[in-house]
Write a protein of this length. Structure first.
Length: 557
């Protein structure tokens, strides 16, 4: 659920980086089948459509049927395949274009929102935070590491897809535990020799992870993806499985795949295994002993497509033909390369950190927002908690001074424990706050997120004071307190209450909540500050402060 952020009015002269630990990613939607007609509908306020990327936006108030041409959409939108009735709900930028083979549908959204959707699909909210955080680091590394989806020529470009061919996604409501895990690791990915690592994960490795080169020969140089025993996953569950497939049915599957096959299957023999004992090659054996080779991965995928993906769950198995039945007995679920989710969950139960989990499964990698840092670090100073990437000790004194000054100007009636997060890049700030780059800081609950120190420069003191006053004011604000009162009181207490245009309360509330430009936001804040300044002059600060809890008396606004 998207949270409301209370935003400062200070402009930042900063340009977004191309990849400062995050960026927008493009995802091919409905990637598993062709879509020929869809319906677009709004799922919340602010949804729109346009006929081109730079054309004017039109509010999406009633559902739109789309089957020809090209259309763009944004905001909270639901896209429904008219034939299958499958739906995709997401807030982002949608691009739909009809082709001779169906409709291309590509969604662009911030990488952190994409990571949350992957963790929601692949993880469980009930898992330990360390396991969810480790999965988030893996999913983020995968997403930011380049293209994993290759559309056919002439189709809309996309780098990811919404199926397990890339990473599964759940674009609905994100649980608090998953949202926290993603946020705790914002921007962090895995690095190896200065480059982002190639990463993968599977549900259960069966007690032995697989070497990437055994599955994908092009990854022979990925030494951090070597096979090794995993004693953690089998402590939780050995993931043993058994399945039987009639030989006649297997021959029908092989024929449909176009393989060269025997007239009658007499045996199925393993001819090659990987170092982790997974099957790589098999022979289909005829009654006269003639052998027909097949790759184990091809066999597993063919059976999965025909009979379901829970039949042959991995390539870690023994196989035999008995009474015209092909019998598989195996362990594990998935390819086994990289992080084992079952093992990661057990490591988290035993108190291992997210960093320890990923470094166990990816030997020799480092975790950081860039290749030159050690990721997020946390420290405490009295009631203040400070999270940053790198050494920010030079700013601790400024943080302490601003907190003391805020408490002096607005003596608190309850104890607060603020968290100050210093974003390492403008892009990370944007990803964490969903705010435009011209804002210098954003406050949500007890957390203050700041632009990089290099952006704040000589405005550090005023920005910190402003945000800490937000914390103080919001700690007393109830549901009856209008936004103009809260924002205006902060401006007044910070000494920013300058002259502003007179605006009616309803118009002012709208302008503060949904400013279309920086200038409009500045005007609204100035108007709120002027209004509060006038009220303080007439009724006194004690009365105005009391309205945070009781609401502004009728007729005063």
């Amino acid at each position: 659920m998207k949270a409301v952020w209370l935003l400062t009015l200070l402009p930042a002269l900063a340009m977004a980086q191309s990849d400062g630990g995050g960026r927008d990613v493009t995802v091919a939607m409905f990637a598993t089948h062709a879509v020929h007609a869809v319906t677009l509908a709004a799922t919340g306020e602010g949804a729109w459509t346009a006929t081109c990327a730079t054309c004017a936006h039109h509010p999406l108030t009633t559902p739109i049927h789309f089957a020809k041409g090209e259309i763009f959409a944004g905001g909270p939108v639901r896209v429904t395949d008219d034939a299958s009735k499958e739906t995709r709900n997401a807030t982002g930028l949608w691009h739909l274009r009809a082709t001779t083979n169906g409709i291309d549908i590509v969604l662009s959204l911030p990488s952190e929102r994409y990571v949350a959707a992957v963790v929601a699909a692949e993880g469980s909210p009930s898992e330990k935070p360390q396991a969810l955080e480790a999965l988030a680091i893996v999913a983020r590394t995968y997403a930011l590491n380049g293209r994993h989806w290759k559309p056919r020529a002439g189709h809309l470009p996309a780098e990811l897809c919404d199926s397990t061919q890339c990473q599964a996604m759940h674009l609905g409501r994100i649980s608090t535990s998953i949202e926290t895990a993603v946020r705790s690791s914002t921007g962090e990915t895995m690095w190896f020799h200065g480059r982002r690592a190639e990463v993968f994960f599977s549900q259960h490795c069966g007690g032995e992870t697989e070497a990437a080169a055994a599955v994908w020969p092009t990854l022979r140089t990925a030494k951090y993806l070597a096979a090794h025993p995993d004693t953690f996953c089998i402590r939780r569950d050995k993931a043993a499985w058994h399945t039987e497939v009639p030989t006649a049915q297997l021959m029908e599957i092989a024929h449909a795949e176009g393989w060269k096959i025997p007239a009658q299957l007499a045996d199925l023999r393993v001819t090659r295994r990987s170092p982790s004992h997974r099957v790589l090659k098999l022979d289909l054996v005829d009654q006269d002993g003639t052998r027909f080779p097949v790759a184990a991965s091809s066999l597993r995928l063919a059976i999965g497509r025909a009979l379901g993906w829970n039949r042959v769950r991995s390539d870690l198995y023994d196989v035999a033909v008995r009474n015209d039945i092909v019998v598989f007995d195996g362990h594990g679920h998935g390819h086994g390369v990289g992080l084992c989710q079952a093992g990661a969950s057990e490591m988290a139960v035993q108190g291992k950190s997210a960093r320890e989990i990923v470094e166990y499964y990816f030997t020799g990698v480092s975790v950081g927002v860039t290749s030159n840092d050690a990721g997020w670090q946390q420290s405490s100073n009295g009631p203040l908690r400070i999270r940053s990437v790198g050494n920010d000790t030079a700013y601790v004194a400024a943080i302490q001074h601003a907190w003391a000054e805020a408490a002096k100007r607005f003596p608190m009636q309850k104890t607060l424990t603020p968290e100050i997060v210093a974003a390492p890049s403008v892009e990370i700030f944007r990803q964490m706050t969903a705010s435009p780059g011209w804002l210098l800081a954003a406050t949500r609950g007890n957390t203050v997120v700041l632009q990089p120190w290099s952006i704040l420069r000589n405005q550090v003191d005023s920005v910190l004071l402003h945000e800490f006053l937000h914390l103080c004011v919001e700690s007393e604000a109830g549901a009856k307190a209008p936004l103009w009162l809260r924002e205006g009181l902060v401006e007044y207490l910070a000494g920013d209450a300058q002259s502003g245009e007179t605006m009616r309360a309803a118009s002012l509330e709208t302008a503060l909540r949904n400013p279309s430009t920086q200038h409009e936001s500045q005007q609204a804040h100035a108007a709120a500050a002027a209004k509060v300044r006038g009220l303080v002059g007439r009724y006194g600060i004690t009365s105005v402060r009391g309205w945070l809890a009781s609401g502004v008396p009728s007729g005063i606004a």
